[in-house]
Design a protein. Sequence first.
Length: 345
Amino acid sequence: MSGFPVTTKRGFITKTAAKEWERKEKIKLSNPQEIRLSFSQASTDYLLYCQKRQQKNTYRQKTFIIKSLIESWGEDKIFPEIKPLDIEQYLDRRFDEVSGKAANRDLREINTLFNWLIKKKYITENPATSIERYKEESFSKYVPPQEDVNKIMLAANGEEYDILQSIYHTGARAIEIRRLKWEDINFKNRTIKLWTRKRKTGALEADELFINNILYEILDTLYKNRDKHSPYVFPNKSGGRFSKYTMDNIMPKLCERAGVESFGFNAIRHYVASLMVAGNELSLADVQKQMRHKRATTTDTYIKSFQNAETNAANFIERTQNIIPLKQNRKAQNKKNGSIYGSTE
């Protein structure tokens, strides 16, 4: 009829077609398409997360692995297209060019990245899950003989000697001695707190150990002659924290002076651990407590019920020392060997 607009019926021609469309839409809703996200975009978000929560060296290592992985591909891949073989080819090259240990470390970090992305709902699957670990060559850490440990003790000046003895009688790491403050030492309870980031979270945590008689005398003497304006047990000349540079240079020079094979502070920690194990007097729980390892075996957990685990290891270490304390010769040693204090950060 003229004068009226012409309309066209819209929709499905048949009810069957409508039901088929509805069925397909339900399938789409129940199986949403994964976001096509590039590896560099997702890993950048992950690194920003790590930068705010982890140590600088850990962050740098993760950054290196991610960059190396992208470079090995020669392009920035999209996540649904990343296959296990893409990752395995990179790890194979790390195995061939560096070591199995390096390949396994990178595999662990890559898995951590993908698992974080799954947790944050960036992706739904980890393409590295099926990749098996690489074989590693056995590696034994150098443990200096007792004779060499004795020689460096005798060659040390008073300040060096105090640091060495603090590490020897606690099994502390060098950074933990640098962090050590007077507020961490309780002379009344004979305890010392050592602060470490050697934990899964990377947060700074304190472990408390018993102070044996030798260490007590050394700390007591240091306290009586301390710089009252500095909170640190081993301060630099301005009262700040002992510098890493100065700390790193103590052992190479000291080993050269003593005429022994070069080793570091961490080797003394290994030496102390080997003494405790070889002595057959201590339980594994005693050793674990003194070395402050958090990964315990079932046996470790069982024998933690033994009493006096806090004092057994410290007293055993005290009995193993064959070096005459240099307390009475400290002035002569300082004059002969020089002083290490006075270095700034």
